[in-house]
Ligand binder design. Structure first.
Ligand SMILES: Cc1cc2nc3c(=O)[nH]c(=O)nc-3n(C[C@H](O)[C@H](O)[C@H](O)COP(=O)(O)OP(=O)(O)OC[C@H]3O[C@@H](n4cnc5c(N)ncnc54)[C@H](O)[C@@H]3O)c2cc1C
Length: 332
């Protein structure tokens, strides 16, 4: 079998956001485009669902050379059994050097299954990909975010999931040309072993964390849900969103979609205000790329001060209301 240096990108839409393509899809396409330009190869995107012609054009505008729309009623909502047959046959036919999938609920489920069926290798949660002449080098966090490791595989196709906010999308270029084709899904209903019995959506307050320019995040130091009301007022005057550490989510003070960190969301806002957050590496793995980190913590020795660009030592109960009031005054 001939192996190519092409890159296959599994595009995804966000059902909670009117079925729009995810920002992570554009980020992955941006990196795939750069690599394909270096390698003299092509970027092929695949999207599962139905009626995605407009999205297919967007995928081309953001870097894809070819787009395959796999269409079928059984493909939404996502179930691995429904997507895998066509994805495996596409990958076997194309033999791409890389299959890139967004790191998230779907990517974490799909990537290892795909690699297993292709008898290939998988690296999850990667933050960078480079090419060293004859193999792909994949960089990702290890030891709870304290270190980075570089892995590579001796196989024709590597399946890789990419962490949100680790890559940059290329500017939208509507003049780009690409080939768009559709393929009816081959899966039969009886082959799908998973049934989605219920779906619950959580109320989103403010902007999605991944796209927020300002985040005020609270941790164990807030002592309860009331503490989150205090920081929400600050987030409100700053026009930002509220995030949380795992401790705060595990305690039930706020919903899990607000968790930032290794096992939560990766964010990169212009301003990240960490209130009552110790600065554990697992938390910082999700916010260290913020342009400015402001730490407010009662403990002068808290690890968060090693990461913060600005730090205030003190009790949040006094500092946050005063800061909120002052900013409100300044904003007139
Ligand atoms: C595999 C794994 C994955 C993980 N993933 C994540 C993750 O995604 N996200 C995450 O956050 N954690 C994660 N963790 C947990 C992580 O290791 C820490 O336990 C957690 O981040 C600690 O949360 P915290 O700093 O809010 O709470 P604490 O450790 O309880 O720290 C509270 C801080 O608040 C300060 N404080 C107390 N009172 C006040 C006050 N009145 N005013 C101001 N400051 C005050 C204290 O000085 C302290 O620094 C993970 C752990 C593991 C093992």
């Amino acid at each position: 079998m001939a192996f190519s240096k092409d890159i296959l990108v599994v595009a995804q839409v966000d059902e909670a956001n009117k079925g729009a393509l995810t920002s992570l899809t554009f980020e992955i396409l941006g990196r795939a485009r750069e690599l394909a330009d270096q390698l003299g190869s092509s970027v092929i995107a695949v999207l599962f669902g139905a009626s995605f012609e407009a999205e297919a054009e967007m995928l081309v505008a953001y870097g894809a050379d070819k787009v395959t729309l796999v269409e079928g009623d059984l493909l939404v909502p996502y179930r691995a059994d429904a997507w895998l047959p066509d994805l495996v046959s596409m990958a076997s036919e194309l033999s791409p050097a890389l299959i890139l999938i967004g790191q998230g609920t779907i990517g974490g489920d799909l990537a290892p299954r795909l690699a297993f069926q292709l008898e290939s290798s998988v690296a999850t949660g990667c933050e960078d990909i480079s090419w060293d002449g004859d193999k792909m080098l994949l960089t990702r966090a290890c030891y709870g975010g304290k270190a980075r490791e570089v892995v590579s595989f001796d196989c024709a196709t590597s399946v890789v999931t990419i962490k949100p906010k680790s890559q940059s999308a290329m500017p939208c270029d509507r003049s780009r040309n690409g080939e768009i084709s559709t393929l009816p899904a081959s899966v039969m209903a009886e082959a799908i072993r998973t049934t989605v019995t219920n779906r619950e959506s959580e109320q989103l307050v403010g902007q999605q964390l991944e796209s927020a320019e300002v985040i005020v995040a609270g941790g164990g130091g807030l002592g309860g849900p009331e503490g989150f009301e205090t920081i929400a007022a600050l987030a409100n005057v700053l026009g930002g969103s509220v995030g949380a550490s795992r401790v705060a989510c595990d305690m039930g003070w706020c919903p899990s979609h607000m968790q930032v960190g290794l096992s939560g969301k990766t964010v990169a806002p212009q301003l990240y205000v960490a209130v009552g957050i110790s600065g554990a590496s697992h938390h910082m793995a999700g916010c260290a790329n913020s342009s400015a980190i402001v730490a407010i913590n009662a403990d002068p020795d808290a690890a968060i001060f090693n990461y913060a660009h600005f730090g205030v030592i003190g009790e949040f109960e006094e500092l946050i209301p005063a800061l909120t009031e002052e900013i409100t005054k300044l904003k007139g």
